[in-house]
Design a protein around this ligand. Structure first.
Ligand code: B4P
Length: 179
């Protein structure tokens, strides 16, 4: 499964809950990249300035990260991707990676939250990339690069919509009902 939504829509929060309930790993590309930055690995050094500025890491780097992660033992039974794909190229790449492994997606869930609420949540969160101008850049990139994925997955019959502007428990219940 894939969780799709704007920065701050609650993908990470919900991915944890669904992962526990369905007993599949939640794979957050944002968390993986933040860990790489903290560890100062070669990948971390490459992506740090992009993330702080609210930009998107290039598609080839992300393909490497995701191909490696989906190939691990614990993802064999299923997985929940949080934050990937974020561009149409990444969506095509994901299809290729899964085809190589003889499997495909069951569902893509769009968590829908009004823009004013997204900004409010991100400002309350205070992560290194949660300054106001960075949040605006991440939202701009979301509209330009990631929103087209909604139509992409709708055309493939995979899209499910969930109202993300409710309590965390209600969002989780709606999500599990369509997962
Ligand atoms: P992410 O880590 O994916 O960051 P995000 O989209 O901002 O977070 P998310 O939507 O998960 O929100 P959360 O649950 O925390 O990416 C960070 C960066 O990594 C990107 O900007 C980019 O640079 C890079 N990156 C990652 N993936 C990439 C890719 N595929 N390609 C290229 N670059 C990539 O929730 C936000 C806040 O809201 C939390 O504080 C939470 O407590 C609160 N909240 C959640 N649900 C709520 C609810 N129902 N009600 C009220 N508050 C709620």
């Amino acid at each position: 499964m894939v969780l799709l939504g704007a920065p701050g829509c609650g993908k990470g929060t919900q991915a944890e809950i669904v992962s526990q309930r369905l007993e599949i790993p939640a794979i957050s590309t944002g968390d993986m990249l933040r860990r790489a930055v903290e560890e100062g690995s070669e990948l971390g050094q490459r992506v740090q300035s992009i993330m702080v500025a609210g930009g998107l890491v290039d598609d080839d780097t992300m393909a490497e990260v995701v191909r490696d992660r989906l190939g691990r033992e614990d993802a064999r039974r299923g997985f929940l991707l949080d934050g990937y794909p974020r561009t149409l190229d990444q969506a095509d790449t994901l299809e290729e990676i899964l085809a190589e492994q003889d499997r495909g997606l069951d569902a893509v869930i769009h968590l829908d939250v009004p823009e004013a609420e997204l900004v409010r949540r991100a400002l309350a969160r205070q992560r290194a990339d949660d300054r106001e101008e960075t949040i605006k850049e991440r939202l701009r990139l979301y509209h330009e690069k990631t929103e087209p994925l909604i139509g992409y997955y709708e055309a493939r019959g995979l899209l499910r919509r969930v109202d993300g502007f409710q309590s965390i428990d209600r969002v989780a219940a709606d999500l599990l009902a369509v997962a």
